[in-house]
Ligand binder design. Structure first.
Ligand SMILES: [Zn+2]
Ligand SMILES: [Zn+2]
Ligand SMILES: [Zn+2]
Ligand SMILES: [Zn+2]
Length: 509
């Protein structure tokens, strides 16, 4: 663990609201790596939706594999990518010897609970093989047993069922650990695990980090993290400027749904599954700190909006205008969301889809309502996945506009440097370079004064955005695949190429 350079920047404190958590011990600027840490426990993670799609995960490197071409470990017959992965320490030294000599006819189609059990089992086995890990695991268990755990009894009995299922399937009953010992590790994982999962990575793993376990959650977090699937290393950096005494927070759930475009009710569901109720500034403000991901338009008053208010355990949308009696309950809102989604999906062209989204955001929902932002994001992805020459002029303009609008929306829920922002910035730089600047630059000498101003403004924007991309690259150890692919070379070459034109343009003036 290397935190010598920043050991004085945070300290552990405790209060009723957040439990034990880190706070900044001095002002920390944005973009500073606070610490790195190796995983205490790591293992493969299978999600329900992946199970339904017959996905299998390598026991060695945690890569997602296709069932049809998956190889088996020559000793235990469980799924691996190949010989290299079967030899990896995390598998060969731990569960493999225990599972060895199984029948080769054994199914490799494992269920979610079985994958969960691998992580727990490794927790036990690390204990006996690595005393320093054992010490830290025990510390976490003791800390956790002191807390009154906010996990519901339903979740606990479901957890118990899954632990037992895993133990039984792997033939571990009465062999390694008791039922209550398994549950202790299950709870540590349930409450503290970080995972790598998402479209930018082929890996699906979960990790327990010792220091990482003391980061509080916020839906408006001030730190971002990245995990290297190859080395199980965790790196955390400040995404915004943090003042002394502020809790250091990360967003636990942002990776659970694509880029975290979630309204309060949806976030709260996921957070409850992690065993607590979020009381961050965004969850307490009906307008979600300006993000308005849950805000609807009032059909009665022109300018006023409907915001969710908690009434008993139910969310009800009420008009902000005191004299207005318009309100909607959860079912109405859900129905409206589904209608808008269906309407948009039925449209064929980008133009029609854009019109549909705009219509809904002018009449029914705030322009940042989660459904609207999600639809914009889906449309943006459709366009992103096409070749640039396949997108006609008007659609190209929509593409650039969507990128800008999504960046605006994202700034509300994740200010500062983040993976999503950098993805959008990269697209923005490429689009502007390919479709706008290059055309204009062909006529440098002849272009009008007005065009020259446009070009210079675009260049300034690109310079600024490019600096951000490079900064993110230096902070993240798990760079999204599509950013890695020659991004630096292609864009930086182009940017330095057009920088030459800038001098030419300015000299024309
Ligand atoms: Zn592998
Ligand atoms: Zn094996
Ligand atoms: Zn929150
Ligand atoms: Zn109203």
């Amino acid at each position: 663990m290397d935190n010598s350079s920043c050991s004085a920047s945070y300290k552990l404190v405790e209060n009723n609201e957040l439990g034990r958590h880190w706070v900044a011990d001095r002002d920390i600027p944005a973009g500073v790596v606070i610490f790195r840490e190796k995983a205490l426990i790591q293992g493969p993670l299978l999600r329900e939706e992946d199970y339904k799609n017959s996905i299998i995960i390598c026991f060695g490197c945690n890569r997602k594999l296709n069932k049809k071409i998956t190889k088996r470990c020559s000793k235990c017959w469980y799924p691996v990518c190949g010989v290299e992965c079967e030899k990896l320490e995390c598998h060969a030294e731990y569960e493999c010897p225990i599972f060895s000599k199984k029948s080769p006819w054994l199914s490799i189609d494992l269920c979610v609970a079985e994958y969960e059990s691998i992580c727990i089992l490794r927790g036990f086995l690390y204990n006996s093989k690595q005393p320093s890990r054992q010490k830290r695991c025990n510390e976490l268990m003791i800390l956790q047993s002191e807390q009154t755990l906010p996990i519901s009894t339903v979740d606990l009995s479901f957890g118990q069922y899954r632990c037992n299922l895993g133990r039984k399937q792997f033939g571990l009953m009465d062999k390694i650990g008791s039922s209550s010992e398994w549950m202790k590790i299950f709870k540590i994982i349930k409450l503290n695990a970080f995972s790598t999962y998402g479209e930018h990575t082929d890996y699906s793993s979960q990790y327990i980090f010792f220091k990482g376990s003391f980061f509080a959650h916020s839906c408006l977090a001030n730190c971002e993290y990245s995990i290297s699937p190859e080395t199980s290393e965790f790196q955390i950096f400040t995404s915004v400027h943090i003042t002394k005494g502020t809790p250091l927070t990360v967003n636990y759930i942002s990776g659970q749904k694509r880029f975290g475009f979630m309204a309060t009710m949806e976030r709260n569901q996921l957070i409850r599954a992690r065993g607590f109720i979020c009381s961050c500034a965004r969850c307490q403000d009906p307008e979600e700190c300006g993000s308005n991901f849950s805000t609807l338009r009032c059909t009665n008053c022109k300018e006023a909006t409907l915001v969710p208010v908690k009434e008993e355990e139910q969310l009800v949308w009420k008009c902000r205008n005191d004299g207005c009696s318009v309100f909607m309950d959860w079912f109405d809102v859900d129905k409206m969301m589904i209608n808008v989604e269906e309407m948009c999906h039925l449209k064929e062209t980008t133009k029609e889809k854009m019109e549909c989204i705009e219509q809904a955001s002018k009449t029914l929902m705030h322009r940042n309502f989660s459904t609207i932002v999600t639809l914009k994001f889906q449309l943006w992805e459709e366009l992103r996945d096409k070749e640039p020459w396949q997108i006609c002029g008007q659609d190209w303009n929509y593409y650039v506009r969507l990128t800008e609008e999504l960046m605006d929306a994202y700034d509300y829920i994740c200010p500062g440097l983040s993976e999503m922002r950098v993805n959008l910035l990269k697209v923005y730089c490429e689009s502007v370079l390919e479709r706008e600047l290059e055309d204009m630059l062909d006529d440098t000498v002849f272009c009008t004064l007005e065009n020259r101003t446009v070009i210079i403004n675009l260049m300034d924007k690109l310079d600024k955005y490019w600096t951000e991309i490079l900064q993110y690259q230096s902070l993240s150890i798990d760079l999204p695949v599509h950013l890695k692919q020659n991004c630096v070379d292609t864009i930086s070459n182009k940017i330095s190429h057009i920088a030459g034109y800038r001098i030419a343009i300015e000299s024309v003036e």
